[in-house]
Design a protein. Sequence first.
Length: 293
Amino acid sequence: MLNISKEIGGRKFSFSCNRVVAFFILLPFSSCLEHRQGMYLSPTNSQLAPYHTIPFKADSLKSAVYGSLIYTTATANDKGKDWIHAGQASIYRSHILGNFQAFYGANITLGMYNLTDFYNANHTPGQATLLGGGDQPIDTFYHIPAHRYSFGSYGISAGINGVKSSGRREWRYLGFETTFQNEFGDYYSFRKNLQDSAANIIFKHHVTGSIGIYTDALWRNRHMTLFGFKFALNMLVNPASNYTRLNTYSIFPVTFFSTTFHFTQNQFTGFVQGNFGTKAASFQLGTSYRLGK
């Protein structure tokens, strides 16, 4: 390492050439360093459409009422910095209608939203290059402290699908599902009252709705246990006017993909579901019980 010393005005200054060179090498990249944005969306985004049990077409049962309990753990916000824990209870009815199957019901969800510290320097989005550019900080500065907020929602859901059956196998080849949830609680009040300039995107509304498509393949073993895999793609129908946006890119449409493994033995159904979507990801563990016909 080469050091250079120089006496100026009676004071001696020392410079490291290695440090000077490193400074000028890193300077063009300094404006490209990763920063976090603040995106406060509905906590129901990635847990709107859990699995609903429908009777196997080859069975004699043509309709049934189910009660369901679900636990959800999830990440939210930009880079998954916030955490969500929630429980959901629902009751719904399923039908076999010839070559179609359908379900409809209601649910209530209660949970906690764990907010992490966020310092908003309000960056303007830009294209990064070797000579600079990229997201640039502007003057506005806002601090949102870490906090734990309660939240809840209640709503309705429904779905219908076409089905093909051959003995021990069944394919629910194309389904459509929808759900609407009305949110309440401290986390909604926090978002509603949050200053628009405090974060990049804030969902200000209390009602969320979604539509989606799915496919579900099932088979039954010789012990009469039913197994299945479901794949779904859902999209929120809330308009962009329900969100505030400040110096950020577009996240619309807000979507999430889910994959579910489920099994049924007699009246009991269990499932595990992973949801991966716009600024949210969740894992759900649930069970349902057939209450009656």
